[in-house]
Design a protein around this ligand. Structure first.
Ligand code: TPU
Ligand code: MG
Length: 564
């Protein structure tokens, strides 16, 4: 059998730990898909459309470290690129692979189908360059190994998406076999001199403060530093808070954990202890309008030390080219044997409000959000992953108490409603051993609903809580109008549509606590496919945090243009 460009690509994907890749077929990628099918241990998983294909690969990357989506030219790739923008925003190495026009057509003046109708097909690569850390076009087999390796290596290093387009007549051309994976997995080491100085500066920053606190941000997983952060917390002894988008990136049962720091909508006691601290070690934060609650909670200034993935800034000095894991290890070694800096923890234990008991609703009363959240909480185990969609699902997820090992997946930087349906699918493909729970608003679900059919197809026992509050409640809280009302669907009834003649998905509608409990029991018992539980609640029945946060974000949005 001839070894081909498509084989090379497929083998590299397998070498970096992919067991699956997501695809939608089209004539520009059919031969490539044939080649990929021939790679041992690499399964081809199909999606209903390319936006979902991109988000499936994104969800897969969350569970598996990297993902790949294969689509056709323009009509497919331009949809997938939205999800690639999301992967960039969310720091996930997703490789987007697009079939492309025949190499003989490039520069020929020919007009081809699936293009904008001009003979220049370069626009897709140009767009991809803006949304990825590496974008390459392969029009000859000779260049393929170098270009493929460049794209994949850069994506893995940067934890950002990459783009590879392959002319449709090139993927079956002969190509050398790839060498060991080390060549694309190896990373440049930290600069030793910079590393030492960065650690010195951080140690000085800590030494000069009596009441430091740690703030964990959303890129900690991408930095590969979740365990290191726990050890740093153990060494320092201070309080640890997480940013909203970093929910579950620090164990919630850790004695130093004080919950989510999110300005006015922080966990009880977290904002107070944060404000009391005299120095903040910010690990991989992303400060945007949402995470700072409309710029009202934005840690900056001399009392903030930034510990980013490759960059440290403290005491008025900045250091680049160091890996966070090396910095943390060095800092731990430096702090060993010193007295703990546990003032914030001592104080937090004093001021922490007692936990309010969670009320159980009358089982026959109309379902309310709080009861819905209480029942979902009861499902969380150490092997649960909760995928929470944009909307009040974010705030419901934030209030959950996670057992050690439970994960929450959020897409707070990109914030594409509908992301969670395909991302849940991709996540479930990557981690079939976990209990996977999706919380999705009705409005969000309507964007990408059809991907539930792929969960049916692969018999994935995902549990979907579809919150039917008759509209875009998050938008209602930010700025209301007729555009926030949506057409109601028979969401539970959709499962029959997706099952068709061979599926085992189940759909239930819950209008009371008792109905929800019954549906959950059936969902847990269903191992042959997804279960969608439509939770019917009032349009205004949302968390108080959504209301407070929505008001602040709306105020930030409404700032008039500055007078220049
Ligand atoms: O819980 P709830 O009702 O807020 O969630 P639901 O029903 O999913 O509504 C979400 C409403 C929403 C919109 C319309 N949140 N953000 N947006 C704006 C938006 C529009 N299009 C995309 C692709 N992403 C968005 N975030
Ligand atoms: Mg809604």
């Amino acid at each position: 059998m001839t070894y081909t460009v498509g084989h090379y690509l497929g083998e590299r994907l397998a070498q970096i730990g992919l067991k699956d890749h997501f695809a939608v077929a089209g004539d520009y990628n059919l031969v490539l898909l044939d080649q990929l099918l021939e790679i041992d241990g690499l399964r081809q998983v199909y999606c209903c459309n390319e936006l979902n294909c991109g988000f499936s690969a994104e969800g897969y990357a969350r569970a598996n470290g990297a993902g790949a989506a294969v689509v056709t030219f323009s009509v497919g790739a331009l949809s997938a690129l939205n999800a690639i923008g999301g992967a960039y925003a969310e720091n996930l190495p997703v490789i987007l692979i697009s079939g492309a026009p025949n190499s003989n057509d490039h520069g020929s003046g020919h007009i081809l189908h699936h293009t904008i109708g001009t003979p220049d097909y370069g626009y897709q690569l140009e767009i991809a360059k803006r949304l990825t850390c590496a974008a390459v076009s392969i029009t000859s087999a000779g260049d393929a190994p170098v270009l493929i390796d460049h794209a994949i290596r850069t994506a893995l290093r940067e934890k950002k998406p990459a783009y590879i387009e392959i002319a449709c007549n090139v993927s079956s051309q002969p190509c050398p076999r790839p060498g060991p994976a080390g060549a694309i997995l190896a990373d440049a080491p930290s600069d030793p001199d910079t590393l030492k100085l960065a650690i010195d500066e951080l140690a000085d920053f800590i030494a000069a403060r009596r009441k430091p606190i740690m703030l964990v941000g959303s890129r900690l997983r991408a930095a590969g530093c979740e365990d290191a952060a726990i050890r740093l917390a153990d060494t320092l002894g201070c309080v640890v808070t997480t940013m909203a988008a970093a929910k579950s990136f620090f164990p919630e049962d850790h004695p130093a954990y004080a919950g989510t720091y999110w300005g006015d909508v922080s966990s009880p006691g977290a904002q107070q202890i944060f404000d009391w601290a005299d120095g903040v070690l910010c690990l991989t934060p992303v400060f945007n309008d949402y995470s700072t609650v409309g710029w009202t909670a934005w840690p900056r200034g001399d009392n903030v030390a930034l510990m980013d993935t490759r960059h440290i800034a403290a005491g008025g000095k900045a250091f680049d080219g160091v890996h966070l894991r090396d910095v943390i290890e060095g800092l731990i070694a430096r702090l060993k044997g010193q007295p703990k800096k546990d003032a914030t923890l001592v104080e937090y234990r004093r001021i922490k409000p007692p936990e309010a008991p969670v009320a159980v609703a009358d089982p026959s009363a109309p379902l309310v959000r709080a009861e819905m959240a209480r029942q979902i909480q009861g499902l969380l185990t150490s092997d649960t992953s909760v995928i929470a969609e944009t909307g009040d699902s974010w705030f419901n997820a934030m209030q959950m108490k996670l057992p050690r090992g439970a994960r929450v997946e959020l897409e707070m930087q990109w914030g594409h409603i509908g992301w969670s349906v395909p991302a849940t699918f991709g996540y479930a493909v990557a981690a079939p051993e976990r209990r996977i729970i999706a919380m999705i608003g009705d409005g969000s679900f309507q964007l990408t609903a059809q991907e539930v059919a792929q969960m049916v197809r692969l018999k994935l026992p995902v549990i979907i809580f579809l919150v039917n509050n008759r509209g875009y409640t998050i938008e209602v809280q930010i700025h209301d109008g007729p555009y926030n009302n949506i057409k109601n669907w028979d969401y539970a009834g959709l499962m029959n549509v997706f099952n068709a003649e061979d599926g085992h998905g189940k759909g239930f509608r819950a209008t009371t606590g008792a109905e929800m409990e019954k549906a959950i029991a059936a969902a847990v018992a269903n191992k042959e496919g997804p279960t969608l539980i439509e939770c019917v609640i009032d349009r205004d029945d949302c968390t108080s945090d959504l209301i407070s946060w929505g008001r602040r974000v709306a105020t930030a949005n409404a700032r008039p243009p500055a007078v220049r």
